[in-house]
Design a protein around this ligand. Structure first.
Ligand code: AMP
Length: 214
């Protein structure tokens, strides 16, 4: 699942994970969980995340490769926020070749920057279970309380407006080249992420069920 920060890739990854009964692997969630536990990885990653920068490839790749070898990934998985650079994509390709596996689809959730900036203002997350919420587009039953686990929601530090701008620049410079990379491999599915989130899910599911890539 590829997309700019705030494009809704995490939300769509959750839907796909439930629909196809496969694990949802979010590198952002892995980092946030390490940050809250104050692990060595979390302390190192936080230095980059809080500035809106990408965590260096060497810190990300091995975590994902280890995670993909866990038993629950044997029937597939949805990767959310990984790969984010060409070297990460190449490391993933190599690992999948080694494991005699492959990527079926790369879903690019397309949203213009100006829409992202407006959306980010309402973004919230559960600090306990990691579920993403939104004050307008994905509301909780009780204001500011996670429906899944009852924890009070927070705004991520990297969702503040200046950091969002930096993250968008980093996205265009380092992650967007992956779109051509995967288009060239015939794996890319582009969806309009400005639509209602249920519409976006429907269009992703319909495309996957038809087995159609660009
Ligand atoms: P996300 O929740 O996917 O937006 O990720 C939050 C932050 O974690 C990003 O802004 C990056 O700083 C870092 N991060 C997550 N995934 C990666 C990745 N694949 N490569 C480098 N940094 C990442």
């Amino acid at each position: 699942m590829i997309g700019a920060p705030g494009a809704g890739k995490g939300t769509q990854a959750t839907v796909m994970s439930e629909k196809f009964v496969i694990p949802h692997i979010s590198t952002g969630d892995i980092f946030r969980s390490n940050i809250s536990k104050k692990t060595e990885l979390g302390i190192e990653a936080k230095k980059y995340i809080d500035k809106g920068l990408l965590v260096p490839d060497e810190l990300v790749v091995n975590i994902v490769i280890d995670r993909l070898q866990e038993k629950d990934c044997s029937n597939g998985f949805v990767l959310d926020g990984f790969p984010r650079t060409i070297p990460q994509a190449k490391a993933l390709d190599q690992q999948l070749i080694n494991a005699n596996s492959s990527i079926d689809y790369v879903i690019d959730v397309e949203v213009p920057d100006e829409v992202i900036i407006k959306r980010m203002a309402g973004r919230r997350v559960c600090p306990k279970c990691g579920e993403p919420w939104h004050t307008k587009y994905k509301t909780t039953l009780v204001e500011n309380i996670c429906d899944r686990c009852g924890e009070s929601l927070i705004r991520r530090k990297d969702d503040d407006p200046a950091t969002v701008e930096k993250r968008l620049t980093v996205y265009h410079d380092q992650t967007q080249p992956l779109i051509d990379y995967y288009r060239g491999k015939g794996l890319l599915v582009e969806v309009d992420g400005t639509k209602d989130l249920k519409e976006v899910s429907k269009s992703i599911i319909a495309t996957l069920e038809m087995g159609k890539c660009q």
